[in-house]
Design a protein around this ligand. Structure first.
Ligand code: HEC
Ligand code: HEC
Length: 195
């Protein structure tokens, strides 16, 4: 095992046990934490997504999408610049690390009156692929958990698919997105925030 890989694993156990970060932790994890926070929730920076409670394979999928340009970092170019430095091994280690951390409840404010409609839209169009992070079959789902994600980030991501700055990796999701009106997006965002 290469030294950097071992250090990443040591870093992972430090996060999981709440032990103080080791001085020799790889710089790249420190960069992730600067934006996504120690616990991966990005609390306080609402356009930065929560990256915990996501199965490792999906975290890898997202990181490769940023690396190869299918996803562009419109709000924060430094995210894509950081990911560009990652090796395949780094990506696998980081995905494993963050997949093991639970998604905290963010208690973000949401509009209660939109939740019912959002839930209805989710069940009709999205639930087949996007299941909550605590579902037992979450790792087998085609999409990854949206429940408990920052509303500001979700609104941005949905808009990015709609205006084409983010490529769809799956045609079936594009077909569903094409059915949504602006008001549907708002209802969905508020429903996911109510989790
Ligand atoms: C400068 C701040 C910044 C840094 C550094 C950063 N990120 Fe991000 N990250 C973001 C932002 C902002 C987004 C949303 C980007 C977009 O889609 O435009 C994001 C998106 C993500 C996503 C996608 C989550 C999802 O729900 O689709 C993952 C996974 C991720 N980051 C992991 C990492 C890892 C691992 C590192 C360290 C190697 C890292 N980030 C470094 C700010 C940052
Ligand atoms: C056939 C499966 C499928 C369906 C149906 C689907 N999605 Fe997805 N979704 C995916 C996959 C796979 C990804 C990750 C790859 C990508 O970016 O295209 C994704 C990514 C996303 C993301 C980005 C998440 C993030 O953290 O960056 C959002 C937001 C999203 N979907 C919302 C929706 C909504 C809302 C619906 C219903 C209107 C929906 N999806 C329907 C499979 C699906």
């Amino acid at each position: 095992m290469r030294k950097t890989c071992l250090l990443t694993l040591l870093m992972a156990s430090a996060i999981l046990t709440g032990a103080p970060a080791r001085a020799e932790a790889p710089t790249i994890v420190a960069a992730c934490k600067a934006c996504h926070a120690e616990d991966g929730s990005g609390v306080g920076i609402h356009f930065v997504p929560v990256i915990t409670g996501i199965p490792a394979a999906h975290i890898e999928e997202a990181l490769y999408a940023y690396k190869d340009g299918a996803r562009q970092c419109v709000t924060e170019p430094a995210m894509c610049q950081t990911v560009a430095l990652l090796t395949d091994e780094d990506i696998a280690d980081l995905a494993e690390l963050y997949s093991q951390l639970e998604r905290p409840s963010l208690n973000e404010p949401y509009d209660e009156s939109l939740v019912g409609r959002g839930e209805q839209l989710h069940n009709t169009h999205c639930a087949r692929c996007h299941v909550p992070p605590d579902e037992p079959d979450v790792a087998d789902a085609l999409g990854y958990p949206l429940h408990g994600q920052h509303p500001v980030y979700l609104r941005y991501a949905l808009q990015a698919y709609r205006d084409g700055t983010r490529e769809h990796l799956l045609e079936q999701m594009k077909e569903k997105m094409d059915l949504l009106e602006d008001s549907d997006v708002e209802a969905l965002v508020n429903y996911y925030a109510s989790y």
